[in-house]
Design a binder for this molecule. Structure first.
Ligand SMILES: Nc1ncnc2c1ncn2[C@@H]1O[C@H](COP(=O)(O)OP(=O)(O)OP(=O)(O)O)[C@@H](O)[C@H]1O
Length: 365
């Protein structure tokens, strides 16, 4: 193996060598799924275009895994339809078995067979090939994830990160039109996670497979996905490109999901919302009480504004995370600033960038 340059993790294998798939359109049409009396997914519709990478984002228990299992055919939904290239694969009338769907699945715990070698694990899904060919294809997939030299080893002899790569190789080897990944990086330590994520993304782009990736980490979703589907309690809350969910969340729940936020009470009057920290356009909301959500990056320090004092400062590298007591506000304002610019105890004037104010009706809280 190459020695990585200082601070740089080695690339897995030669980029551009993962076999291309014929991507399929994956459609969930009004899917509901219940386990007994518990409704895990509720009337959810989602259309993933061929070759698109969509992140299913949500808290633990919101139904993400259930949706993947329904897509794969591991679970049969209570109601609604699953379509691949607009053809029903699961409905009240039709149920295609998992192996008939051309879908790859990377399980959260990788689900490698302990009694099979790494190469045989990867070859396992290549049922319609002669054994020698399947083993050759498996080797190529292992080569792409940089693990050819572990082909004869058993899963327990590999690290968690290596096992994840075997699981990925196994999923892509049959060139599935759709690839489902359930929290594929959650078992990896943070430093490793970044490089594994980047390499996985390169593999996904090379295969071109339509990909649905489950995660509870908004940053991961933003890094990987063309679109993010945000779920809560079995329902789809919002779907769109990462910038749209971050900058124009439709609900306070969606705004809260992507970063910590400051929530200011406000009152809308004639299209303008007034708060203790300043005013902003009310974004079409009618007159009445409102909440103005401000990400820490929307808080402006220095210049004009309300009087405040830095109560706490946490060093984050290039920036400091600040807690600021502001006259007239009950809770401290959270802000970001260049490291060292505002030491604890210093006086500061505080306002916010109107363009970044996210306004919601108060009833939603
Ligand atoms: N086989 C099952 N039997 C009964 N209830 C289940 C089953 N699988 C999941 N559930 C329940 O359904 C709900 C949704 O679970 P699901 O695993 O789909 O959520 P998730 O968003 O993937 O969560 P996590 O990230 O924790 O896996 C949860 O309340 C869970 O307890």
């Amino acid at each position: 193996m190459n020695t990585p340059a200082k601070g740089v993790w080695p690339r897995w294998g030669q980029r551009g060598t993962a076999g291309p798939a014929i991507p399929a359109r994956l459609t969930f049409d009004h899917i509901t799924h219940a386990y007994g009396t518990l409704t895990a997914v509720s009337d959810l519709s989602l259309d993933v275009a061929p070759g698109e990478i969509v992140a299913l984002l949500g808290r633990s228990g919101c139904g993400k895994t259930t949706l993947l299992r329904v897509a794969a055919g591991i679970e049969r939904q209570s109601a609604g339809r699953v379509l691949l290239d607009r053809e029903e694969v699961a409905s009240a009338k039709v149920f295609r078995q998992p192996e008939e769907r051309g879908i790859g699945y990377v399980f959260q715990d990788y689900a490698l067979f302990p009694h099979l070698s790494v190469q045989d694990n990867v070859a396992f899904g290549l049922k319609n090939m002669a054994r020698a060919e399947a083993r050759e294809v498996a080797l190529r997939a292992l080569e792409r994830v940089g693990l050819r030299h572990h082909a004869g080893d058993y899963p327990h002899e590999l690290s968690g990160g290596e096992q994840q790569r075997v699981a990925l190789a196994r999923a892509i080897a049959p060139r599935p039109g759709v690839l489902l990944m359930d929290e594929p990086f959650s078992g990896l330590d943070r430093r490793l996670r970044d490089s594994v994520r980047e390499e996985t993304l390169a593999v996904l782009r090379e295969t071109g497979a339509t990909s649905l990736i489950v995660t509870h980490d908004p940053e991961e979703a933003m890094r990987m996905a063309d679109r993010i589907a945000l779920m809560d309690k079995g329902s789809l809350i919002q779907i769109g490109p990462p910038q749209e969910l971050y900058r124009r969340p439709k609900t306070l729940f969606a705004a809260r999901f992507f970063s910590e936020i400051n929530e200011l009470d406000g009152v809308v009057k004639s299209g303008v919302v007034e708060t203790a920290l300043g005013r902003a356009a009310a974004g079409g909301w009618p007159d009445g009480p409102a909440v103005v959500a401000l990400r820490p990056s929307a808080i402006l320090l220095g210049g004009p504004g309300r009087d405040g004092r830095i109560m706490g400062s946490r060093f984050l590298g290039d920036t400091d995370h600040l807690e600021i007591a502001v006259q007239g506000l009950d809770s401290p304002i959270l802000a970001r600033a260049q490291a060292g610019a505002w030491p604890e105890g210093s006086a500061v004037r505080v306002r916010f960038d109107e363009a970044q104010a996210l306004v919601f009706p108060a009833a939603e809280t």
